[in-house]
Design a protein around this ligand. Structure first.
Ligand SMILES: Cc1cc2nc3c(=O)[nH]c(=O)nc-3n(C[C@H](O)[C@H](O)[C@H](O)COP(=O)(O)OP(=O)(O)OC[C@H]3O[C@@H](n4cnc5c(N)ncnc54)[C@H](O)[C@@H]3O)c2cc1C
Length: 143
């Protein structure tokens, strides 16, 4: 029910759909309402966990429709543990959070930004696990 405008959802006859009837409109409405509620909840979580957080955060942008970006997320989690100084990882799906990706200048995924007190402090560049772990450890140490 998502539209091309983030946070705006469509339901009912105004959608391109196979069957325009009360039953399908009611289903659309239920899905759109839950999706809208989750969107608002995610905004609140992001505000609390990233923007207002006093500590360091790895902001990981992926796309749920691109399996390689999900695989990189797993690699990132493993490297984070391997670093010995695991940082908090907040995942952002660019398939649904386009505006957020634009706000952080993310044009390609996967992308892992380093944030400190809500401000961008760098980006993880490494492609293999050991190198990623070293980058995370350096971020933790403030290097
Ligand atoms: C003749 C006919 C018979 C039908 N028979 C059946 C049936 O037997 N069984 C069945 O399940 N379905 C039937 N349907 C389909 C069903 O009516 C629609 O699928 C359903 O009403 C769509 O609901 P909706 O809320 O998406 O849109 P609508 O019911 O069309 O509601 C949209 C509302 O938005 C308002 N609106 C539009 N623009 C604006 C604006 N700019 N600002 C504020 N308000 C605005 C409109 O006035 C309207 O009240 C029939 C449809 C028709 C036309």
């Amino acid at each position: 029910m998502e539209t091309n405008i983030e946070g705006v959802y469509a339901a009912g006859d105004n959608r391109v759909k196979y069957l325009r009837q009360i039953a399908t409109c009611v289903g659309d409405g239920a899905t759109a309402a839950v999706a809208a509620e989750r969107y608002i909840s995610e905004l609140d979580d992001f505000e609390r966990d990233v923007l207002q957080a006093g500590d360091k955060v790895i902001l990981y942008f992926f796309n749920a429709y691109q399996s390689e970006t999900i695989a990189y997320g797993t690699l990132l989690e493993e490297a984070n543990q391997m670093s010995g100084y695991p940082q908090r990882v907040v995942k952002v799906d660019t398939a649904t959070r386009k505006v957020l990706a634009q706000k952080y200048g993310v044009t390609a995924v996967p992308a892992a930004l380093l944030l400190e007190k809500g401000e961008r402090a760098g980006e993880l560049k490494a492609a293999d696990k050991s190198a990623l772990a070293r980058e995370i450890a350096a971020f933790a140490a403030g290097e």
